[in-house]
Design a protein around this ligand. Structure first.
Ligand SMILES: Cc1cc2nc3c(=O)[nH]c(=O)nc-3n(C[C@H](O)[C@H](O)[C@H](O)COP(=O)(O)OP(=O)(O)OC[C@H]3O[C@@H](n4cnc5c(N)ncnc54)[C@H](O)[C@@H]3O)c2cc1C
Length: 507
């Protein structure tokens, strides 16, 4: 198995991860077809327009696509995909482009299929607790469509911009997934345009269809199996009461022990989020919550449910925090104060830009009980690499988001930051965790797939992918370590052309 090593020196040259690649020419008849399908105005070919789409949220990868097409409905998506299939042109689906793993990174010789015009809420069926939406609808708009009696629980911090189509493709999580589960627990049906242009229904409004779980397969497939054009979601009744507190600790180790104490006591908070001192310092500059400047860690915990149950458990929660060594507890006394607490947490990623010219957002998962060890290891690595790392994460799920701060203008610092990020992932794997909790593999982490999975596992993934997309047209170059052809099976060692060119290494 050949893996593209994520060292930036190689990344900069790799044809698979090319940055700033000039768009390749597409067949003129394809462009004519696209214009006939979507209208001249929604087929963008001017470099100024295309630069908007050159990256997703992971800005250090950029590829200007030769064309971006913005269909208005499922039929247009189908026709675009069919046209690409007929001419064997690859394509990449893009929602809001907020992904952090380069999943929606365009390809230099393909079509970028932008779904942001498809923003209609098609049906609100509260008696059956379902909402049917187009893929470009934002995450927060789903809750807005059913509030105040209902809500849609998976809540990525990017929820005001990210699209439901992107959430489905990434199986996105959020602060409230500890109690409520991830996107996959809320998608009951999908209409999908397959890479050959066929339109299929996976799942339905009702749960648990017979046969193979193709719906579950599609959720989290990062745009490599087709385009979701119509999404049926489960919504649930809004809780009667919500109570939120923030507990401060001297360090992340004691905050981590508090997490274990809360869970072991049988409490099921809606959310348990942790921020370390540097993350608090950064967020404070945006949210101005007035949290103590000497806090080594903050634990944001929210209980929800029937009021009587919330009231009964809230005292226990406060007590558990104090017994675990909390240096102070603040309870949100009003919805406005709760909003400020959450602003502190949700502003953490952008706030890192206030304390550092550049930063990588890392995303890994570990068993919750290993939090103190792995946070300790991250601290050691930060010292060794002479870089600052801010930690903000879904502590209940053991889903870490170290923000590795660096200054790209200081020679060697980007490389050190990248190496440090990689070692954090390795620490997650050593602790029995995973290379991604919710941001996906995309282009960024495919080099690590071989560290987490055996060649046999990867071959099985390839076969599944080929069952949906035998021609390899859907989001090629993403997720899997090397693009392989359908039917290719592991065989005797042969030097891969990328290896020969010095762009990849075998490990
Ligand atoms: C500040 C910030 C905070 C974030 N917080 C969180 C968080 O708490 N939890 C979390 O999980 N993520 C988080 N993210 C990451 C990101 O917002 C999510 O991954 C989100 O689901 C991406 O949605 P999008 O519409 O932007 O998708 P894009 O970035 O456009 O695309 C993501 C992937 O989905 C595919 N795709 C998009 N639409 C479709 C479709 N209709 N059919 C098939 N494939 C499709 C693309 O090809 C790509 O592979 C955060 C990002 C930022 C910038």
């Amino acid at each position: 198995m050949v893996c593209i090593v994520s060292a930036s020196a190689k990344r900069a040259q790799s044809p698979l991860t090319t940055s700033g690649t000039q768009p390749g020419p597409l067949p003129a008849r394809l462009l004519a077809r696209l214009r006939a399908i979507c209208g001249e105005r929604f087929v963008l070919t001017h470099p100024h327009d295309l630069r908007t789409y050159q990256s997703d949220g992971l800005l250090h990868y950029h590829v200007v696509p030769p064309v971006a097409v913005l269909p208005s409905c499922a039929r247009e998506v189908r026709d675009v995909v069919r046209a690409c299939h007929e001419l064997q042109v690859p394509w990449v689906a893009r929602g809001a482009g907020s992904g952090l793993s380069g999943g929606a990174l365009p390809i230099a010789n393909g079509v970028l299929l932008v779904l942001s015009r498809m923003r209609r809420v098609l049906e609100v069926d509260l008696p059956n607790q379902r909402v049917v939406v187009e893929p470009g609808v934002t995450n927060v708009a789903v809750t807005h469509a059913v509030a105040p009696a209902y809500f849609y629980p998976p809540d990525p911090s990017s929820q005001i911009v990210c699209s439901i189509g992107g959430n489905v493709a990434e199986n996105s999580g959020g602060a409230h997934c500890f109690k409520y589960g991830f996107t996959t627990n809320y998608v009951t049906g999908l209409e999908v345009v397959l890479p050959d242009g066929a339109v299929v229904q996976l799942g339905a409004k009702q749960l648990d269809q017979p046969g193979y779980d193709l719906l579950g397969t599609f959720v989290g497939s990062e745009g490599t199996l087709g385009v979701a054009t119509r999404i049926t979601l489960r919504v649930i009744p809004a809780p009667e009461a919500v109570q939120t507190l923030v507990a401060f600790f001297a360090d992340t180790r004691s905050a981590g022990l508090a997490v274990s104490a809360i869970v072991s006591a049988g409490l099921i908070p809606a959310a348990i989020e942790m921020m370390d001192a540097l993350a608090i310092h950064a967020s404070e500059q945006m949210a101005h919550a007035g949290w103590p400047s000497d806090a080594g860690a903050a634990l944001l915990v929210e209980l929800d449910g029937p009021k009587a149950a919330c009231d009964a458990s809230f005292g226990d929660l406060e007590e558990l925090c104090r017994a675990s060594g909390s240096t102070g507890v603040r309870v949100a006394g009003s919805p406005a104060e709760r909003a400020v607490f959450w602003k502190m947490r949700k502003a953490a990623f952008p706030a890192a830009g206030r304390i550092s010219p550049n930063y990588f957002v890392q995303d890994g998962v570990i068993p919750r009980t290993r939090l103190p060890d792995v946070l300790g290891r991250i601290e050691e690595l930060a010292v060794e690499y002479r870089l600052r790392v801010a930690n903000v994460f879904h502590a209940g799920d053991g889903n870490l988001h170290p923000l590795v701060c660096f200054d790209a203008n200081v020679p060697g610092e980007s490389q050190r930051a990248e190496e440090l990020s990689g070692l954090i992932l390795e620490a997650c794997l050593e602790a029995g965790g995973s290379i991604t909790g919710e941001h996906g593999v995309g282009v960024d982490k495919r080099a690590y797939m071989g560290k987490m999975f055996t060649p046999q596992d990867l071959a099985a993934f390839e076969m599944l992918r080929c069952a949906f997309d035998p021609d390899g047209l859907a989001n090629p170059g993403k997720v899997m370590p090397t693009p392989r052809l359908c039917g290719e099976v592991p065989g005797p060692y042969r030097v891969h052309p990328l290896e020969a060119a010095g762009l990849a290494e075998r490990f």
